[in-house]
Design a protein around this ligand. Structure first.
Ligand code: DX5
Ligand code: ZN
Length: 223
């Protein structure tokens, strides 16, 4: 389900937020047939972020047609209430925001208990040092390179330094987690992100805003 260390990084996770929901199955099949590794699924509640995306009825259809792991990014308050249902809807990775979890340690272990990989997401303003006491428990860290809520925003440059800081933290703690970057990823900035240590690249607008999405996925995969 998740990559072994020999896997060819970066993994590419097209964000279905930018898919054409009128042609959702077509776009899912495009991702299935492409060099993409994961489906990135953005769930927004209109409270934690100033936008509402989609929930279980849509996810059910994605689950039905997707033949690659589902990387679920929860931009919702109190995610504990819904973890089990997301797992039932096929989530292989479940990532929650540091800023949305009062008892993050409990949440991370609840995700793992369900058999999914557990990710922690940091907003652009949240320093990597916040992960000091939780990094050992975490399978994946997602660094937001835009303020979450919308696709198609511009990349925030400070993210590059945060990738380095995260690698340093993990080296110092002698632990390992997959580093994912989400927001404003383009063919232009992707090489720098991978060089800095990003292992999963989320891309919404860059992929689905292109006339040839599969080709863009391939270009990101083979930077
Ligand atoms: C933002 C979402 C992202 C977004 C990425 O809140 O978490 O996953 O869809 O879209 P782009 O790649 O267009 O910035
Ligand atoms: Zn996302």
């Amino acid at each position: 389900m998740l990559p072994d260390p020999e896997n060819h990084y970066p993994l590419i996770a097209p964000s279905m937020l930018s898919a054409d929901f009128g042609n959702l199955q077509r776009d899912i099949e495009m991702v299935n047939a492409s060099e993409a590794d994961w489906f990135h699924i953005d769930v927004m509640d209109g409270v934690f972020v100033p936008n509402i995306s989609f929930g279980f009825p849509v996810l059910k259809h994605i689950q039905k047609h997707a033949r690659k792991p589902l990387d679920v990014h929860l931009m919702i308050i109190d995610p504990d209430r819904y973890l089990e249902r997301f797992r039932e809807h096929g989530a292989d990775v479940i990532s929650v925001h540091y800023e949305a979890c009062t008892h993050l340690h409990r949440t991370i272990h609840a995700i793992k208990k369900l058999g999914a990989k557990a990710g922690v997401v940091l907003n652009p303003h949240s320093p990597v040092s916040l992960l000091e006491e939780i990094i050992d428990d975490t399978d994946l860290v997602m660094l937001m390179s835009v303020n979450p809520g919308f696709g198609g925003q511009s990349f925030i440059d400070g993210t590059l330094g945060k990738i380095t800081a995260l690698r340093e933290l993990m080296a110092r703690k002698n632990t390992d987690a997959i580093i994912e970057v989400d927001g404003g990823v383009t063919l232009e900035n992707a090489p720098r992100l991978v060089k800095a240590g990003a292992q999963v690249l989320v891309a919404g607008y860059t992929v689905f805003g292109s006339p040839d999405p599969a080709n863009v996925i391939s270009a990101l995969k083979n930077l």
